[in-house]
Design a protein around this ligand. Sequence first.
Ligand code: BES
Ligand code: ZN
Ligand code: MN
Length: 500
Amino acid sequence: MTSYSLHKGAADKTKCDVVVAGVVRTKKGLEAAPGGEGIASAYGRKFRPLLSTVGFEGKPGEVAKIPTGGTLRSPLMILVGLGEAENLTPEKVRRAAGAAARSVSNAANVALALPTPDADHVRAVAEGFLLGTYAFTEFKTSKSDEAPGEVVVLTDLARNKEAVTALETAQVVAAATALTRDWVNTPPGDFTPEKFAAAVTQTKKEKKASKVTVKVTDAATLEAEGCGGIIGVGRGSANPPRLVQLTYKPRGAKTHLALVGKGITYDSGGLSIKPGPSMMTMKCDMAGAAAVVAATFAIAELGLPIAVTTFAPMAENMVSGSATRPGDVLTMYGGKTVEVLNTDAEGRLILADALVKATENEPDVIVDVATLTGHCVVALGDRVAGLLGNDDELIHTVQAAAARVGEALWPLPIPEEMREKVRTNTKVADLAQHNTERWGGALYAAAFLREFVGDTRWAHLDIAGPAFNGHGPHGYTPAGGTGMSVATLVELARELSEKK
Ligand code: BES
Ligand code: ZN
Ligand code: MN
């Protein structure tokens, strides 16, 4: 476990194994970013030549490790690029701290001398570094724990109340993000619905989260309750489905937020089977459920005054003689019938049951998070999530919350014709699960989900792209599970708890 603290102190005078500072580009050339002034003055006129010797350009994401030879009180400095001096944002600082964290090795203590003009930047420095040190070693035979024992954020705000709270928030949110990453990275055979549900129960115990209640519903009960979506998707698998519900109801809460997350522990596509290459990363298809569960524990740990009820339907989408067929009709929780036309569009089926359940508690707002469609990845790439819903003001609120914590969400419409298609593309049931015409698949999926939220204000995050990083690490984002949307959900809860 790494300890994090705030200290007032100069970068050049702090004794530690590694000091991290930023470098910005200005009209006059490269300069130490705020926080690292002490380093620039310790090197004096030699600072710029030093940077050019190692070919440093100050580009975002750029990192240089430089032995200090006694010029500073730490033997090693890590410089990170922050780009243009005028355009510093918390997110740029968060990414730089993450890049620095990934290049630290074999250090017992680290001082971070990055820009901290306000509490948001303090949070970004700590959070970026915490997220950047993440490693998933559960299935490695040799585990080397590289994380430093002590990290000190150097800041003039060390005694500022907001900065202290910001550090605490960073630690809680980063831990929840890491938990989400762990769950996404765990191999699907080791994370069946039953095991996922057990992991949630176990987390409540480990966190001593007495304010969160966890309820696990098994397949027989789901069947008896009429959750035809969850049962229909789960019935091709030897590992039966589950529904996990979390409740957090602090005294005095005026607002009630319901969270729903897609928990497909593996998506083979079912009988509408995926080609091999598309199946390779489908252990990530429970990232939405992982994010809403981890965010709920984080909201409770922070003690935010808002009621949260969370629904995580979990199923494995597999191929077998008992699998649902394209052409089958399922009756969802609440009674609506759905004709299944493509068993690979399974997420919307398990979400339908959970959304109806969510509306029963009459929440003020429902937010669902799902690795729902490849179409959304085509539209927005793999670093931006789609944001859809039935209430423009809520969509704006969610997007603004995401922007404050550095997550990229972009609004997509649900055009009027999609309502018609969802209702008329089937001749035998109330709704058609799938649009045989492929254009706008993310919009159609959202139009389908909208049928199950009644008139509750609802936002839908399609995180199919950014939930899983199939490439190399960048900034504070590792390869594999990213924990996308945890920070946004916690920030949204904070904002909603302050309204009314
Ligand atoms: N889990 C996938 C979506 C996905 C794609 C997640 C890529 C992460 C990365 C989802 O269940 C799916 O298979 N969607 C289909 C929908 C189609 C059948 C309408 C898709 O995207 O092709
Ligand atoms: Zn899926
Ligand atoms: Mn699928």
